[in-house]
Design a protein around this ligand. Sequence first.
Ligand SMILES: NC(=O)c1ccc[n+]([C@@H]2O[C@H](COP(=O)([O-])OP(=O)(O)OC[C@H]3O[C@@H](n4cnc5c(N)ncnc54)[C@H](O)[C@@H]3O)[C@@H](O)[C@H]2O)c1
Ligand SMILES: [Zn+2]
Length: 346
Amino acid sequence: MTQHHRIRVELGERSYDVVVGRSARSLLVELIPEGARRIAVVSQKGIPLAAEIVDLLTAAGAHAVERIDIGRDETDKSLGTIGELCEKFAELQMTRQDVIIGVGGGLVTDVAGFAAAVWHRGTRVLHVPTTLLGMVDAAIGGKTGVNLAHGKNLVGAFWQPAAVICDLDALDTLPERELRCGLGEISKYHFLTGDDLLAMDLPERIARCVRIKAEIVSSDEREGGRRALLNYGHTLAHAIETVGGHSLAHGEAVAVGIAFAARLARILNRIDDARVEYHRTVIEDVYGLQTRAPAGLEVGALMATMARDKKALNGLTFVLDSPHGLEVVEKIDEDIVARTLDTFLA
Ligand SMILES: NC(=O)c1ccc[n+]([C@@H]2O[C@H](COP(=O)([O-])OP(=O)(O)OC[C@H]3O[C@@H](n4cnc5c(N)ncnc54)[C@H](O)[C@@H]3O)[C@@H](O)[C@H]2O)c1
Ligand SMILES: [Zn+2]
């Protein structure tokens, strides 16, 4: 019997388990909430685990199982897709007692979760994340939603799943670039905890990341404070993605953003050189990711984009490291950021 890690996301009566391990899908059937008669498995073409999940549920024989595939492009994370899914749920005569299962990366679980949140004003959803990013980030914590032409994740809901199953077998078929993206997010967890993640094997490390995210979500479900720490590296990352026309994937940009945040923290005398070097070691040596931004990005364009995204009225907001761990730092002088960025890009 394979060993699984089981992590509880504590949210009162909405608490749920996240199971992490090889073959964790074998636990899916027993985690399906009682009272369900139909199951809609929302996935995409090209995700081998989805067919296995459908077979497993069908073989268990307790439910009518239907698979619905959505598109694979980020533009498919749309209200149009939510509409199509709901039409399909209607055809299948899904009721509030039935269950939706999202099997895929963050795109699928964001869409399946949001569709579940609005179908009959809230239907139970389980997530089976099949990307590394989905396992350590997107599928956990109940943020669901879709994009508009005006921007990402503008329409959504907090809708916690009934369970999350991280079956590590899914990673065997994941393209290398997608794996790298997950590693970018995992590298941020090294700085969110005092634990030595490096001493753990990958399943244990993934489980630890889930535990950190679970613990932060439990203490701050709606991002009033601590949950913002999960945005470590993301201020510059979003600007690099926007200005660079998405030449770097999200996780790759996060890795660069974390390296920059370390540099900025050093300039602001919050951390020492050794801690900056530890950032480089984790990102480059451990995860094989780049800490340098791609050539050709202009400081002015990055600054303008970050200023547009900012929440504070004066200066910029960054999550920065300190001897006591990560902190959200507001109103950082834009000149200092621009000068640090100038040397960082050089
Ligand atoms: N809700 C949240 O808290 C949260 C957090 C982070 C990111 N997100 C969202 O997640 C999305 C990105 O998620 P992602 O990085 O997982 O990318 P993704 O969902 O777009 O998946 C990337 C690609 O990998 C394929 N794929 C997925 N699993 C596979 C597998 N096991 N084998 C082979 N191919 C597989 C997918 O079909 C897709 O083509 C974004 O829309 C982002 O906004 C949400
Ligand atoms: Zn991210």
